[in-house]
Design a protein around this ligand. Structure first.
Ligand SMILES: Cc1ncc(C[n+]2csc(CCOP(=O)(O)OP(=O)(O)O)c2C)c(N)n1
Ligand SMILES: [Mg+2]
Length: 320
């Protein structure tokens, strides 16, 4: 078992709170027509996404998904530029033209979110091949959902990565649904991690609502992958509290099921762990939570004070 430092665990707590506060704010703005297109919130999945990113080295790489806010906040994104992007401002990551599903920050190791389900698999394999050929020692972590594990790209990517022994962690955030389709209607297996066997690589199941477990297990697995042993599949069992996107009446699941998962709140669980193990105090944790909310307010202020994209730039950055 990896010994997680106080500094790391508090940083993880901070980023999880930032992710929660960021999405609550986005939800509020969306309801007021200020966020265009759609957006997919990951409230309830913060431990799964942030814990995995925290277990990587700073210069490791990730590919993110359509439900990527917690993933990129976990990787340590600039919250100002991210909020500006969601509010369509010129100071955003894509100059306000991409929005929620196009957050990328290659310098920070975030190779990009993706509106195409399963779109990250091939990018992660390509990036991992680059790391192997250039001997950078870096690992790529590829986020995707349970639904995406039924895409052809998943199977092709695991196969090729296995044959070439690439330094990539395939990280499936199994939140039990792909849009309105429950896992048991889309596949005949209970554990997606079992699919690793088909490609001759290890498959691990982790409790995606337990940040410390996510961190420790991913850290161990990243070490194994970095040592040149080839790819690994991780299945992180978790749950999204809210609808699939902003237009979802959620008639496919019961209120009881949602409530049961809310009682396993990843942020509360981490808070309890920190207090029970006397790592920090209630006061210090309250302060971290308040600071996280303040950072989001500052990001909103930054975005509100930022210009819209100038009309003459409308055709720029659209075609490569
Ligand atoms: C190739 C492709 N097919 C379908 C869609 C429409 N779509 C968007 S999200 C989604 C569900 C994805 O489910 P999952 O991979 O479990 O991720 P989750 O939304 O649960 O995080 C679908 C089908 C898409 N964006 N891309
Ligand atoms: Mg899903």
């Amino acid at each position: 078992m990896i010994d997680i430092s106080k500094e790391t665990i508090l940083e993880m707590y901070k980023r999880m709170n930032e992710a929660r506060a960021f999405e609550e704010k986005v939800s509020y703005f969306f309801a007021r027509g200020m966020v265009h297109g759609t957006t997919h919130l990951s409230i309830g999945q913060e431990a799964s996404s942030v814990g995995a990113c925290m277990a990587l080295n700073n210069d490791d790489l990730i590919t993110s998904t359509h439900r990527g806010h917690s993933q990129v906040i976990g990787k340590g994104i600039d919250l100002n530029k991210m909020m500006a992007e969601l509010l369509g401002k010129y100071t955003g990551y894509c100059k306000g033209k991409g929005g929620s599903m196009h957050i990328a920050d290659v310098d920070a190791g975030n190779l990009g979110a993706n509106g195409v389900v399963g779109g990250g698999h091939g990018i992660a394999v390509g990036a991992a091949l680059t790391q192997q050929m250039k001997k950078t020692g870096k690992v790529v972590l590829c986020f995707f959902g349970d639904g995406a594990s039924n895409e052809g790209s998943f199977h092709e990517a695991l196969n090729l990565a296995s044959v070439w022994k690439l330094p990539v962690i395939f990280y499936c955030e199994n939140n039990l649904y792909g849009m309105s389709v429950p896992q048991n209607k889309a596949m005949n297996i209970k554990n997606i991690a079992d699919r690793a066997k088909s490609y001759g690589i290890p498959g691990h199941i982790i409790d995606g609502n337990n940040a410390v477990e996510v961190y420790n297990r991913t850290k161990e697995i990243a070490k194994y992958v970095r040592e040149g042993n080839g790819p690994v599949l991780i299945e992180s069992k978790t749950y999204r509290w809210l609808g699939h996107s902003k237009s979802d009446a959620q008639i496919y699941r019961s209120k009881e099921e949602v409530e049961e998962w809310k009682s396993k709140c990843p942020i509360k669980q981490l808070r309890n762990y920190i207090i029970e193990n006397k790592i920090s105090t209630e006061e210090e944790l309250d302060k971290i939570e308040n600071n996280a909310r303040e950072s989001i307010e500052k990001a909103v202020e930054f975005a509100n004070n930022s210009p819209n994209p100038p009309i003459e730039t409308i055709t720029e950055d659209v075609y490569a």
